[in-house]
Design a protein around this ligand. Sequence first.
Ligand code: GTP
Length: 249
Amino acid sequence: MPELQEKVVAILEKKIKLIKSGEDALYLVGPIQLPVNLDGETVMFQWYCWLQCKEVTENFERIIEKLSSVNLAEMQQSSVLVYGDFSGSEEALIRMHSICHTGDIFGSKRCDCGFQLEQSLKMIAQHGAGALFYLANHEGRGIGLFSKAMAYVLQENGFDTVEANLGLGFVDDSRNYADAIEVLRSLRSKTVKLITNNPKKLDALKNAGMDVSGRTPLWGSVSEYNEKYLQTKIDRSGHLAAVGGCPND
Ligand SMILES: Nc1nc2c(ncn2[C@@H]2O[C@H](COP(=O)(O)OP(=O)(O)OP(=O)(O)O)[C@@H](O)[C@H]2O)c(=O)[nH]1
């Protein structure tokens, strides 16, 4: 093996972990220090990214070798930002955040995603220990970005968010949390509290056998742009309204 490659493998081997997920492998790389700007303050998170692969091996050299020939930029990879003593602390707050190109990146006010992303990082840091999973294959509640654009066109023509997904031949919500749960399991075995208004996320964790102590709701402010979207979440998607309604609260 050429000297440069040997050096690369020696460094990376110490930072890669194999996690089995059914028949497949999840390769988790990290922790990597990530200084994040939260309201002008620099908050240090530990960042991990994972890759799902058919090949299950602890010979990480093989995985590293393959990277440059697989066009990973054309695919989606998810990651997690961890704060504090995540494995050891008694109480940890977690957020399973579904990617939202328009809300998280552009700051669109049609949804509450950008607000929830920033706010949950602040809540985790304030709490002292926790993790935000950024789930990159969840765009549009699982329909993908192009289809979400189509759904937005339908919404501009009177459809609500659920009708738009159904009208395009999708189910309302096809998100899967299995990978993220495996990664969570590898980082923490103690109880977690979930930041969400969505009971399906709680169920996904509980059904996978995770020890979930409850949830912390997170609603932003209502505006003329997101009013219908937020109301549809409560009326049709089963989200728990800001006041009452959740036995875990
Ligand atoms: N199909 C569709 N997806 C949307 C729309 N607006 C936001 N999203 C996606 O919805 C996902 C976020 O889901 P939400 O239902 O807002 O919230 P949640 O994640 O289920 O629940 P919380 O944990 O309470 O935030 C992200 O993947 C967004 O890309 C929309 O109008 N149509």
